[in-house]
Design a protein around this ligand. Structure first.
Ligand SMILES: Cc1cc2nc3c(=O)[nH]c(=O)nc-3n(C[C@H](O)[C@H](O)[C@H](O)COP(=O)(O)OP(=O)(O)OC[C@H]3O[C@@H](n4cnc5c(N)ncnc54)[C@H](O)[C@@H]3O)c2cc1C
Length: 442
């Protein structure tokens, strides 16, 4: 009716990762009010967490403030609220964080995944993980701490025990972090830690299946084995970890392996939520929300799930669901935004809405194993070695948010390529005045 003011629908987005942020950037902010909620006030770039963990990059180079990113969209109806959503009430159409309750007309769940310890809760306390910037930083600080302490140790047997690194999982993250620690052993130890003989440090990948990089080609997998070997990383295929008590890894075979640091990259599970106001359980395999071909959560009204947390089996090429990759999240974010734009326009014009179902455009996959070495699988060709490494660097650089971040990362990589020193190996312990006890006692 002419002259009548209609309220804009409110969309709440949980998670400002690849899926959530791409959704916000493509949804029509003139037609919808949008509130983005994230537990961090920054967007981060998980493919480079392993470089933060191995002191190759500083966290600020791979993170970008969400408020700054949203400001660029110049929309008064767009808000960012920092908070961790724990509860979703689908009957009352509201989400809850510790600080507030936010109502919605349409809910977008794009919270990604967290670590899966496969019913071994004791691992949560003893292993290192790489699912967030904070986890990568913890890993980096403790690697540097271990190296400094080992450098003071005169007894070689004790020194060896202090320098046993075990990586669980031979997927891209496991291969990349093991390769990066291998580079530290090969290039950094002799230059900066002369009191640690190279042979006293050991890095081992344990992989349950019979190949590395299981989702990639056999060629990529074989090349990764060769590259890791040249970085003095041992790989044990068909080997399952059963337990880890903080100093010894127990294998399924009964064998014991000493391990000072275990980095767990073996599994992920959807971020858990308490869902109220419905009798149905919307989550399926991998604790992912089951969605139809348009990312609508099955059985729930006006609720969408995108990215890693969504399980879609309606895409004919991916009947078991899509791989949990950045490109899937980005493409789903854009697709759902476009569909919601089409829906609101059709409603306004009294037309029938024509929605596009999601079809994943696979742009290939890649992993890097130290400098000059990477593997790239594209639909029609495979690359390895230097050319793959250049391709890997290019793709990661253009995918980073913010020109400053792109430039810092590029300069860092060029600098580290020609001389292995980086000031990022500084070990700065947070403290406050008056100094905490540990500083007086240590
Ligand atoms: C170490 C590592 C390496 C990877 N390497 C690659 C790679 O090389 N190539 C590739 O394609 N993919 C890679 N991936 C996978 C890729 O990062 C994911 O597929 C992608 O990030 C999924 O995007 P998303 O938006 O679904 O989730 P995410 O990017 O994980 O974003 C989720 C967001 O939700 C927020 N959040 C989570 N829970 C809550 C909550 N309860 N309340 C509020 N906010 C919440 C988080 O803070 C985060 O900002 C890697 C992942 C990891 C962990």
């Amino acid at each position: 009716m002419e002259g009548m003011i209609t309220r804009k629908k409110k969309i709440v987005v949980i998670g400002g990762g690849f899926a959530g942020l791409n959704f916000v950037k493509h949804v029509d902010l003139k037609q919808y009010d949008v509130t983005l909620i994230d537990r961090n006030n920054f967007h981060c770039f998980p493919p480079l967490f392993y470089q933060v963990a191995s002191a190759g990059l500083d966290p600020a180079s791979i993170c970008f403030p969400l408020r700054r990113e949203l400001r660029k969209l110049h929309s008064p109806g767009l808000a960012f609220n920092m908070g961790e959503v724990k509860r979703i009430d689908v009957a009352g159409k509201a989400v809850y964080t510790k600080e507030e309750c936010v109502g919605y007309d349409i809910l977008i769940i794009a919270a990604g995944t967290t670590n899966n310890f496969f019913n071994m809760p004791q691992l949560e306390k003893s292993v290192y993980t790489l699912k967030s910037t904070s986890e990568a930083l913890r890993c980096r600080n403790d690697i540097l701490d271990i190296l400094e302490k080992a450098a003071l140790e005169k007894n070689h047997e004790v020194q060896k025990r202090m320098l046993n690194f075990v990586v669980i999982g031979g997927g891209p993250t496991g291969v990349e972090i093991a390769g990066a620690i291998g580079e530290m052993k090969r290039y950094v130890l002799p230059r900066e830690y002369p009191s640690i003989p190279q042979d006293n440090m050991s890095i081992t990948i344990l992989e349950g299946s019979d190949k590395l990089l299981g989702a990639m080609s056999d060629q990529a997998s074989r090349q990764a084995l060769r590259d890791l070997d040249s970085l003095m990383v041992k790989v044990r295929l068909g080997t399952l970890m059963k337990e880890y008590d903080g100093s010894t890894v127990k294998l399924a075979t009964g064998e014991n392996m000493p391990a000072r640091m275990v980095i767990w990259t073996a599994g992920v599970t959807g971020v858990p939520f308490q869902i109220d106001g419905t009798d149905i359980s919307p989550v399926g395999r991998g604790n992912r929300f089951e969605v139809d071909g348009y990312c609508r959560v099955k059985g729930l009204e006006d609720v969408y799930a995108l990215g890693d947390i969504a399980l879609m089996t309606a895409d004919p090429a991916w009947p078991k669901g899509h791989p949990q990759l950045a490109q899937v999240a980005i493409q789903q974010g854009r697709m759902v935004a476009k569909n919601l734009n089409a829906a609101v326009n059709a409603e306004r014009d009294g037309d029938t809405v024509r929605l596009a179902a999601f079809r994943y455009k696979d742009k290939g996959s890649m992993a890097t194993i130290g400098r000059n070495r990477a593997v790239v699988d594209m639909k029609r060709f495979h690359l390895s070695g230097f050319s793959a490494w250049l391709a890997w660097m290019f793709v990661h650089l253009i995918s980073l948010l913010g020109m400053r971040n792109k430039l810092t990362v590029l300069i860092n990589w060029i600098w580290a390529y020609f001389n292995y020193s980086t000031s990022l190996r500084l070990l700065i312990h947070p403290c406050r005045y008056p100094l905490r006890r540990r500083w007086m006692d240590d």
